[in-house]
Ligand binder design. Structure first.
Ligand code: ADP
Length: 163
């Protein structure tokens, strides 16, 4: 059994991410959810807020831990003695980008391999960007993000106009 890293922005965590986490946790001894601390991406949620939301929704999944990192994912993997990088694949559009990253990472650290889990069909269209867009207009996001974080997402993004 392996130590795995599921790295991403998780800005915010969606049901698509959670589905990958639950499935990856069954394949690994220890699964580290690694939240990328990259201010260049201008995230809506601070890294602390993202970690907090992920902790809330994964607290009952055995073997799962949440950490933050900056810099190269392969370097973080080495520090954590992890040998598997988990990524989710939604559609063909994800493929080319993910292939480049996986091959680049393998060149940088041949001890690390990337494993792709294909999205469950009901989440194949789902992204953090879509969630942010819908939430900013006050639309129903309860079918897109775990229920424990629905309010956190509205609190951050929905600013109803004064009438
Ligand atoms: P990044 O900024 O690295 O793309 P994300 O937080 O958007 O970070 O995504 C992290 C990982 O989760 C990526 O591998 C992405 O393909 C995957 N992912 C995102 N949304 C879904 C989804 N709906 N179903 C399956 N995998 C997903």
């Amino acid at each position: 059994m392996k130590v795995g890293i599921y790295a991403g922005s998780f800005d915010p965590i969606t049901l698509g991410h959670l589905d990958i986490i639950k499935r990856a946790a069954r394949l690994t001894k220890r699964l580290i959810i690694a939240v990328l601390n990259n201010s260049a991406k201008k995230p809506a949620f601070s890294v602390e807020e993202r970690v907090e939301m992920i902790r809330k929704v994964t607290k009952d999944i055995p073997g799962v831990e949440v950490m933050t990192y900056s810099g190269l994912t392969v370097d973080f993997a080495k520090e954590q003695n992890a040998n598997v990088l988990v990524r989710g694949l939604r559609a063909v559009t994800d493929f080319e980008y993910e292939l480049q990253i996986a091959q680049g990472n393998h060149k940088l650290n041949p001890d690390v391999d990337t494993v792709f889990l294909t999205t469950s069909v009901e989440y194949s269209y789902l992204s953090s960007s879509i969630v942010k867009e819908i939430a900013s207009y006050g639309g129903d996001i309860s079918q897109f993000v775990p229920e424990e974080v629905v309010q956190d997402v509205y609190d951050k993004l929905y600013k109803p106009k004064e009438s």
